[in-house]
Design a protein around this ligand. Structure first.
Ligand SMILES: C[S@@+](CC[C@H](N)C(=O)[O-])C[C@H]1O[C@@H](n2cnc3c(N)ncnc32)[C@H](O)[C@@H]1O
Length: 264
């Protein structure tokens, strides 16, 4: 991971020089519509409010869980002990980005969804609540976390989610081949360059012109920045959007090749 200071500096640079917060200056109607209807969507939603409430509730949970810290994919033997609340605060999407995931799903209406890195199921809850009828699979290597994720999905009555326990390297290929196509993929685990690119390439086999792939923590480390550069430059990627914390890519070949850095 890059140092906290370096990360803050990069964020400051993004904040000062990124544009288009309200969509001004964006000529692509496709991207303009995303900025207007997804990034700037502040409408209230009952399902989203339910997720906010359950997240607030679990953030206060002091129950200790013990799990293999797969973190950046570096160590498979380190065991970490943490309260559920602390783990959510440390590694799950916050409300701002959870809402973004919810709104992206509500806007694109994917029928098939894959998530890499369930953790305690917070992002899973945002995604699943926006697409209760989709075919949604989510993968996590640390079983004790998956148990909580299932509990949260149950409270939210999200019955369409299939939780898969396993290391991405062992289960991803099989999981991807079980999908006819992939409409939406959220990559949020093992933040290293080569694994990220290999997961991207695997998922690319099932991508189509309307697929949306979203990557968390694209500026979290030098390796992630290198992976993001390669993803952006992949010939199949038509449009990429960098909102600093996350990167989003689109494949529609009617769109001209373009990269945006958008203030979010
Ligand atoms: C940042 S957390 C995911 C957070 C979650 N998406 C959310 O926002 O609520 C990343 C998760 O990926 C899992 N992970 C990392 N590398 C993995 C691997 N190689 N195989 C399986 N799971 C892995 C970790 O155990 C961790 O729970």
């Amino acid at each position: 991971m890059i140092s906290r200071l370096n990360y803050s500096f990069k964020y400051l640079h993004y904040w000062l020089f990124s544009k288009h917060k309200k969509g001004h200056g964006i000529h692509s109607p496709f991207v303009f519509s995303i900025v207007k209807n997804v990034f700037n969507n502040n409408s209230k939603n009952e399902e989203l409010t339910k997720v906010f409430k359950i997240v607030d509730y679990y953030k206060k949970n002091k129950q200790q869980i013990e799990f293999k810290d797969l973190g950046a994919g570096s160590s498979f033997s380190a065991i970490k002990k943490q309260t559920i609340g602390k783990s959510i605060k440390q590694s799950s999407v916050n409300k701002k980005y959870g809402k973004l995931l919810f709104n992206l799903i509500a806007y694109f209406k994917p029928k098939t969804i894959l998530e890499l890195g369930t953790s305690l199921g917070i992002s899973t809850a945002y995604i699943g609540s926006a697409a209760p009828d989709s075919e949604f699979k989510t993968i996590e290597g640390a079983e004790p976390k998956l148990k909580i994720a299932k509990e949260i999905a149950q409270i939210l009555e999200l019955e369409n989610i299939r939780f898969i326990h396993g290391e991405f390297g062992d289960v991803l290929e099989n999981t991807v081949s079980g999908f006819e196509k992939l409409d939406f993929v959220f990559f949020d685990g093992n933040h290293k360059k080569e694994p990220t690119l290999s997961y991207f390439n695997l998922c690319l086999e099932k991508a189509h012109r309307n697929s949306v792939f979203i990557f968390d923590d694209i500026h979290w480390s030098t390796e992630m920045e290198q992976a993001w550069e390669e993803i952006k430059q992949n010939k199949k990627v038509r449009v990429s959007i960098d909102i600093f914390r996350m990167g989003i890519v689109f494949f529609n070949d009617d769109l001209s090749f373009q990269h945006y850095v958008i203030k979010f």
